[in-house]
Design a protein. Sequence first.
Length: 403
Amino acid sequence: MIEEFRKASAKKFRSMPAESSEIFKYQTSFKDFEDGVVGKKLSDSLGFEIVGNASEDSVSIKPISKTRSKGIMERFDIDDKFVQMNNAFFDSGALVQVKEGLGKAGILRIRSAVGADVFTKTIIVVGEGSEIDVVKESFSSDGEARNISEDVLIVTGAGSRASFSELQNYNLQSSVFSNKIAVCGNDSSVSWNVGVFGGRRTRTREYNFMEGNGSSVEDLQLTFGSGGQTFDSFSNLVHIGKSTSGKSMAKGAFRDSSSSISKGMIKIRDGAKNASSFLACHGMLLSPTARCNAVPGLEIETNDVKATHAASVSPIDPEKIFYLMARGIAEPDARRMVTLGFFDPLIVKMGSREIQAKVRYILESKWNGQAVGMFDERALMDLMTEDAIKSGDVFEGHYKYRR
């Protein structure tokens, strides 16, 4: 079954354009991607290292090669060239199953230390009435150029909850293709908390399908680019069931000659009454040669819904720099403080204090030009003991949410 799926996906990959959407077809950084991918035999490798499991009694983890559910694999059949690329060539992966009725099953901690080309899938199925938090740290074990393609699918049963937090900090020579898919049942929720820092060229896609009535998704992503890094991101909120709620918030800061295209789409299907959706894309330019495009969109097929989007791209605010310098802070420190403060309203929404501290640690390290592999636990503990910066909410300034 899996081999047939891979062969069909390979045909789709070869024939598809780099960007399938008519709205965004000119907003892509991967038109010139060279098709030099060579398929490998599917192995029993999980594609990552487990560094902390919630409970073996409540969470089952087995190689994706053992998957026999055609319905699960068909969830990856999305009109996206690079999702189909992963479908065709994945050679490792894991099926994570959380039993029903457990309440909080705990935290699953996984680590991806890449030292070769990687094409892997992770499927997380959460049973009815259960909750799981997944924390993934992704980095390179060497400085060689790699092709890294990683897909994650989360399927939530009725009344369940899943949170997936990832810190992506691969080396600056690699091409990274990250696809995340959520399929939500009745009254269930999925939260994505993603920090994107590594890769020479990085393409990220989030496809969120709120199929069940009362289901919800929160998709948070922050990006910090430097040197000649290129980022191409897209968040898709698809409302299918009734009374669904979706939020997608992306922030990026870019210096040197780095560039980004940040796209988002709210789709409210016919029959998805009482849907509520918000999409925000914000970029900050830290140098004259940095570039960022923010392109949000709406497709609404029914009435009695609430859908709002916001987008902005601007250079670092000189008045804020002047204000801090007038109080005795040196200009480099003032620029660092303003940049980190720009991210903080998003950081404080990202799950646990541990995730927040790790994001700040990578941001600080990258600002200082320091490479980050595995975390320095002592420095991390110092960050976790600091008080969180008090910041406003990303919704506060939008006219739709003023009181």
